[in-house]
Design a protein around this ligand. Structure first.
Ligand code: GRG
Length: 296
């Protein structure tokens, strides 16, 4: 399959839907909507929504039905980036190739923009209820799954552990826990939610979840490798920040070659686990292979 064309098509689908779900603001709250849109449309690979759509596709589901959930995932992801870039957290100036939200606007507006995106994500999913007539329990399960992955049992918890680990020695096991929660939980939820919305059987959803968990880990390893080897122009942010901030990373703990080898092995396992889903899971396999060679 032509992965480039596939990603371009899905990105277009997601961007058009996001534009419809979050149109330009009017009225008194104009500034916060402008800040939400600034970060949402600043670029980004749209990986989480694409994983969600590909998860639905892998079980023979309708990608149109998965779109509100896919867009909600991108809103949650963007909120996490805005808050992560704040002076109280990573204090970054550049994100997605543009000034970070608090640099472009101000700190208070950036906090509100993140809050607005997080809240809007859940409104968006709840608003999709009419599309799920007779299957409301399924939509509720998806909303619960995403809330859990984004909250203290997932991304927020992982961020807390990450902040607590700053400036001290971290074991490989601790690092894995941090990343399983901080980045892995939302990526896993994206694939799983796609499978659920797509009407997959429990066995299919379990296979997708196992893929998502390994994918999440490989994503983080390759993110760490990019920080060592990447180019700012391609990444849209400055490389070398992990070392500068004294953060524990896979290349720092294992060495670059071993980290890369581990990522390859994990991705092989992840792809092998998709065998029961047959041809329909090909986009997921291709996205997995692409992850190992990504430059941004
Ligand atoms: C503030 C609650 C809260 C959580 C922050 C995800 C996160 C938790 C922080 C981001 C810090 C970071 C750079 C982590 C490395 C992995 C990561 C999430 C990279 C950015 O995701 P991509 O590559 O970004 O999918 P784009 O811009 O392509 O969407």
């Amino acid at each position: 399959m032509d992965l480039k064309a596939y990603l371009q098509d899905r990105r277009g689908l997601v961007n058009r839907a996001l534009e419809a779900y979050l149109p330009q603001g009017r009225g008194p709250a104009f500034r916060v909507v402008e800040a939400m849109r600034y970060s949402l449309f600043a670029g980004g690979k749209r990986l989480r929504p694409i994983l969600c759509l590909a998860g639905a596709e892998a079980v023979g589901g309708d990608t149109g039905e998965a779109l509100p959930v896919a867009c909600a995932l991108e809103m949650i992801h963007t909120y996490s980036l805005i808050h992560d870039d704040l002076p109280a957290m990573d204090d970054d100036d550049l994100r997605r190739g543009h000034p970070t939200c608090h640099r472009q606007f101000d700190e208070a507006t950036a906090i509100l923009a993140g809050d607005g995106l997080l809240t809007e994500a859940f409104r968006l999913m709840a608003d999709a209820a009419p599309k799920f007539e007779g299957r409301e329990a399924l939509l509720l399960e998806v909303i619960q799954l995403i809330a859990q992955a984004a909250g203290y049992q997932g991304m927020v918890g992982g961020q807390m552990l990450d902040l607590e680990a700053e400036g001290r020695q971290v074991t490989l096991k601790e690092l894995e826990t941090i990343h399983r929660l901080k980045t892995g939980a939302l990526l896993t939820a994206a694939v799983r939610a796609g499978g659920l919305v797509g009407g997959g059987s429990r066995a299919e959803v379990t296979a997708l979840t196992a893929f998502g968990e390994k994918f999440g880990l490989v994503f983080q390893i390759t993110d760490d490798l990019l920080d060592v080897e990447g180019e700012a122009a391609e990444m849209g942010k400055s490389p070398g920040m992990d070392v500068k901030k004294g953060k524990a990373t896979y290349p720092a703990l294992l060495g670059v070659d071993k980290a890369r080898e581990w990522a390859r092995r994990l991705m092989d396992e992840a792809i092998n686990g998709l065998a029961p889903l047959g041809e329909r899971a090909e986009p997921l396999r291709e996205i997995g292979r692409y992850l190992l060679t990504r430059r941004s």
